[in-house]
Design a protein around this ligand. Structure first.
Ligand SMILES: Cc1cc2nc3c(=O)[nH]c(=O)nc-3n(C[C@H](O)[C@H](O)[C@H](O)COP(=O)(O)OP(=O)(O)OC[C@H]3O[C@@H](n4cnc5c(N)ncnc54)[C@H](O)[C@@H]3O)c2cc1C
Length: 502
């Protein structure tokens, strides 16, 4: 019997992980990627002699990558090495206080004791509470596929849900635990990467800082672009085919069933199932014939809340900053503001924006010539739905941010820049095909989570699936790996039924 064939459209993290899992399940898999290399937002870039990660820099839960490779009978360590980072993040607050987050809980508590006597105990309580939340909540809310709202009404799960105090925001959750704004924002800043201010974000995401403290933050050697290449290599080793520079024009659908895809060249490729990893909001409107778009119209997306975008500086410099940690974040006092635009990134903060710098060269010298280094600077900015004219604004914004790098100890950067590349919201939209340039996808409000997020299984078309940051459980590599696991499971359930009915 010929093996059933699955086409994956897009080689972002979700597409790559799904392709590898499907190969592990014995399917014939072809992955079609529009860009000249795989990786999507993490495909990386080169400027002169310097190589940069373009998007993700924070790797959480390395065990998920081990499980991904193991699902295809492979050993992750044969493909890529992960290095733990300690401290995993250094924060500097508006009042110049520093805080090093590390998996060494005693070290964190030691720093907090200097802030207030009762904080170490409060951290212990919070940590113990999250060990329980992780044990009971990670499976049903992040790892399992979303169910209908009624599906969550099982007595044991109601108890679990209530332990998350879902009526609280992330800010309220941390404020109730610590009563110290610095610690509140130190632990809730990942909300930014879910597209929201902590005062708007769901408290369930307090699991993320716990996961970082419990399992660490890691760096894949060679960067996240090497991680993408490693998964691609595994796919090819198992006989999967990857076609780069191969944009898909449309999903080919007949009588409500997927038949394959049509390429930009006009060529049609048949498949038993199609998994689309291209950005959901973008792809549902461009790759789906209008009759199969279902409720996902312009009006639907206009009513939805999307994440911020990011202003990026990728700097190649002819010096090293070996005394500074890998991940650093400057939290300006603007993060304390509760008014627009500070709370929803609806206008550009040109005065005192929070920003993040990744300094990967000390743990991974592969990205720059000897004695040189690369710096990656990220500033949250409005998505393209809010009008910022980057043609006129980019240079002055770049200068503002460069002048603020000493706040994190990066002195004299301007004098040492040899190569640089700047991304704005327009770059993410135009060059990475990200709807509104909203790089963290649909925001993670309660109204846009679980069963209220677009589902993995298409609602209109049989054997068509969506994987990536827009579907349950959400944006970010960790959650996308969970989505990929569920996508592969749905494909095999549906394709085995197809065999039975033929
Ligand atoms: C600046 C930045 C920092 C981030 N930091 C982190 C972090 O530290 N940790 C973390 O976990 N996450 C982080 N993220 C988020 C993470 O990068 C995204 O959640 C993730 O990349 C989304 O993956 P995806 O699978 O949805 O696909 P994407 O990365 O969006 O990839 C989709 C792919 O589909 C391709 N495609 C689109 N249309 C077509 C077509 N018609 N035909 C063929 N191919 C097509 C695209 O070229 C692309 O390769 C960051 C993102 C950004 C931008």
């Amino acid at each position: 019997m010929t093996r059933q064939r699955v086409i994956v459209v897009g080689g972002g993290p979700g597409g790559l992980a799904t392709a590898l899992r499907l190969l592990g399940q014995g399917y014939t898999v072809e992955l079609l990627e529009a860009a000249d290399r795989v990786g999507g937002r993490m495909r990386g870039l080169q400027a002169g002699d310097y190589a940069f990660d373009s998007g993700p820099t924070i790797l959480q839960m390395p065990q998920l990558y081990d499980a991904l490779f193991a699902s295809a009978g492979l050993n992750r360590a044969d493909y890529i090495t992960f290095t733990p980072l300690e401290p995993y993040t250094r924060l500097r607050f508006w009042d110049d206080t520093p805080l090093d987050l590390t998996t060494d809980l005693d070290h964190v508590k030691h720093q907090l004791a200097a802030w207030r006597d009762d904080l170490p105990q409060a951290l212990d309580r919070w940590y113990a509470e999250h060990q329980h939340k992780f044990a009971t909540g990670y499976g049903p809310y992040l790892s399992e596929p979303a169910r209908s709202p009624l599906g969550y009404l099982r007595p044991q799960e109601i108890t679990t849900a209530l332990s998350f105090r879902p009526w609280e925001t992330l800010y309220q959750h941390f404020w109730n635990a610590f009563h110290d704004d610095r610690l509140v924002y130190a632990l809730s800043y990942p909300a930014k990467y879910l597209g929201m201010h902590p005062t708007l974000s769901a408290s369930v995401f307090s699991l993320i800082p716990y996961l970082e403290m419990a399992f660490g933050v890691w760096h894949p050697q060679g960067g996240f672009r090497a991680l993408a290449q490693a998964i691609a290599q595994a796919i090819q080793d198992l006989g999967g085919k990857i076609h780069v520079s191969t944009p898909v024009r449309q999903v080919w659908i007949e009588q409500g069933q997927v038949r394959g895809v049509e390429l930009d060249t006009g060529e049609r490729m048949a498949a038993d199932a199609v998994v689309v990893n291209a950005d959901f909001a973008q792809a549902v409107q461009t790759l789906m014939p209008p009759a199969a778009q279902g409720k996902y119209t312009d009006r639907y997306f206009a009513r939805k809340q999307f994440s911020c975008s990011t202003f990026m500086l990728y700097l190649g410099v002819n010096r090293r900053y070996d005394h500074l940690p890998h991940h650093q974040l400057y939290l300006s006092d603007h993060i304390l503001r509760r008014d627009r635009p500070f709370v929803d990134d609806s206008a550009l903060d040109t005065v005192n924006p929070p920003f993040y710098v990744c300094n990967p060269t000390p743990v991974d010298g592969s990205n720059a010539p000897a004695g040189h280094s690369t710096l990656y600077v990220l500033v949250p900015i409005p998505h393209t739905g809010y009008s910022v004219n980057w043609q006129t604004q980019a240079q002055s914004y770049r200068d503002l941010i460069i002048n603020r790098l000493p706040l994190l100890g990066f002195d004299d950067v301007a004098q040492h820049i040899v190569a640089e590349t700047c991304y704005t919201a327009d770059t993410w939209q135009d060059e990475y095909a990200v709807y509104l340039g909203a790089v963290f996808n649909l925001s993670h409000t309660w109204q846009q989570l679980g069963p209220l997020r677009p589902p993995i299984r298409s609602e209109t078309t049989e054997r068509l699936y969506w994987v990536g940051g827009a579907v349950h459980p959400g944006s970010g590599l960790m959650t996308i790996l969970e989505a990929a696991k569920n996508t592969a499971r749905f494909v095999s359930q549906d394709l085995s039924q197809l065999v039975q009915t033929h």
